[in-house]
Design a protein around this ligand. Structure first.
Ligand code: UD1
Ligand code: MG
Length: 452
């Protein structure tokens, strides 16, 4: 998606975030496993910005790596003197940029590309408004700033809750804080903003009244309340997460995935899942999961960093960790953990196993309770299991070790040496039998007890 004129994004994130009660910068708290700020930068990037400036107060060093990685720039607002003052801090970094400026909040991460594109498009409509403001009508308008606008969207006044009359407070159209303006208009207007108000702050919304005084009209466009949901506390973080998850679940279902109990499935920001997959209740996806078509994920499975091929069956109660590659029609059953391991086509590990740093050939069968002993407390070692091999229950495979193609390992073995193709390996104590021993033992003990 491209807009007609070059634009820069200015993301405000200098607020103290006190209510988070956190040592982590507010905008780094994750939604669906990804920092709020990164969600926002990702959407902005999709629109092809010329520049991205993030305005922070304290904690510059925390956000810098993320912003650098996305080729943005961090600027510092030493004192939090208000939203207008915050935007002003970006002026030098914009270095005479003369396109459009999109003003976003780092703690309002759900804004969609479409809304941002609409803001820019509205700014460049034939009537050339000075400022485009995104308004919304929350179910509880609380202490949001209010927008007094005509039916055609022309803004007559913007007023902060603290400064508003009862009548103004009764207006339900609220200021989301998101705005768009041409750079030259914006910084000229910002230079005129004062702080003679209830909060003693430099209010960004004041640019709308300043533009009006110079004969320029500003307009409001409305967005859905969920999109404008901000994060000021852990409770609001959870609410925003819930909104994100609800939308992701709907998208999964629209894309042809059956979610048996949608509210209990948790996606990560980057989960990929194909058509005709079925996800049973209480499944959690961490980051880095790719699932092909026709896969069944059964209840209570936890999956991250895994690649799952067509027709595989996972769970119930399976745990796939980073580097798990599950082949076509393979099966990973209950209480099986797979880490950095490949299961070939049709391979099965159905019960109670740990498979780590391993390569399991096609159609191999891993018996219940099999453990790859991959770690000696210092290093990790690989296990290789050939195609069609059969590993008996309760086997410990002490890595590094290789079990050959079509080999069979007897149950209860501790395998420390390689097993050849087609061979049987049994590595456990030999079974002895003493005929009649149990009966003799019992009568001897019974006699002893009687005597005693
Ligand atoms: C602001 C708006 C209000 C709107 C509300 C929406 C103003 C004056 N008020 O109020 O109309 O309804 O957002 O959530 O704009 N920030 C800085 N530096 C500062 C102050 C704020 O970077 O000096 C950043 C914050 O980190 C945050 C955003 O600006 O991302 C909004 O700041 P906040 O203090 O939450 O503003 P509100 O008082 O809620
Ligand atoms: Mg706020």
């Amino acid at each position: 998606m491209t807009t007609h004129r070059p634009f820069a994004a200015v993301i405000l994130a200098a607020g103290k975030g006190t209510r988070m009660k956190s040592d982590v910068h507010k905008v780094l708290h994750p939604i669906a496993g990804r920092a709020m700020l990164d969600h926002l930068l990702g959407v902005v990037d999709g629109l092809g910005p010329s520049k991205k400036i993030v305005v922070v107060g304290s904690g510059r060093e925390q956000v810098e790596r993320l912003v650098d990685a996305r080729a943005g720039e961090v600027v510092v607002q030493e004192q939090q003197l208000g939203t207008a003052h915050a935007v002003q801090q970006a002026e030098a970094a914009l270095g005479g940029f003369d396109g459009d400026v999109l003003i976003l909040y780092g703690d309002t991460p759900l804004v969609e590309a479409e809304t941002m594109a609409n803001m820019l498009a509205r700014l460049n409509a034939p009537d050339s408004p000075a400022v485009v403001v995104v308004g919304f009508r929350p179910s509880d308008p609380m202490a949001y700033g209010r927008i007094l606008a005509r039916d055609d969207g022309t803004i007559e006044k913007m007023v902060e809750f603290k400064d508003a009359t009862e009548e103004e407070r009764a207006v339900d159209l609220c200021n989301s804080g998101l705005m768009a303006a041409r750079a030259e208009d914006l910084f000229r207007l910002l230079g005129q903003v004062g702080n003679d108000n209830a909060a003693g702050e430099y209010y960004l919304p004041d640019i709308v009244m300043l533009a009006a005084r110079a004969g320029r009209r500003s307009v409001v466009i409305e967005a859905q309340p969920w999109e404008m949901a901000g994060v000021n506390s852990r409770a609001e973080l959870a609410l925003v997460e819930a909104v994100w998850q609800r939308r992701r679940r709907l998208k999964a279902m629209a894309d042809g995935v059956t979610l048996v109990a949608p509210d209990t499935v948790w996606f990560a920001h980057d989960t990929e899942i194909g058509r005709d997959c079925v996800v049973e209740p209480n499944v959690v996806f961490g980051p880095g999961v790719r699932i092909a078509d026709g896969v069944t994920i059964r209840a209570f499975s936890h999956i991250e960093g895994a690649d799952i091929a067509t027709g595989a069956e996972i769970g119930p109660y399976a745990r796939l960790r980073p580097g798990a590659e599950i082949g076509e029609k393979a099966k990973v059953g209950n209480f099986v953990e797979v880490k950095k391991a490949r299961l070939g086509k049709g391979a099965k590990a159905n019960h109670l196993s740990y498979i780590g740093d391993a390569d399991v050939g096609a159609a191999a069968n891993i018996g219940a309770g099999t453990i790859t002993c991959n770690y000696d407390g210092f290093f990790k070692y690989p296990t290789k299991i050939g195609e069609g091999a059969f590993i008996g229950s309760n086997t410990a495979l002490v890595a590094p070790v290789t079990v050959g193609k079509n080999a069979i390992v007897g149950a209860g073995s501790v395998v420390t040496r390689d097993v050849s193709d087609e061979a049987l390996a049994v590595a456990r104590g030999k079974q002895e039998e003493r005929p009649g021993w149990a009966a003799r033992f019992r009568s001897m003990m019974a006699a002893k007890k009687k005597a005693g």
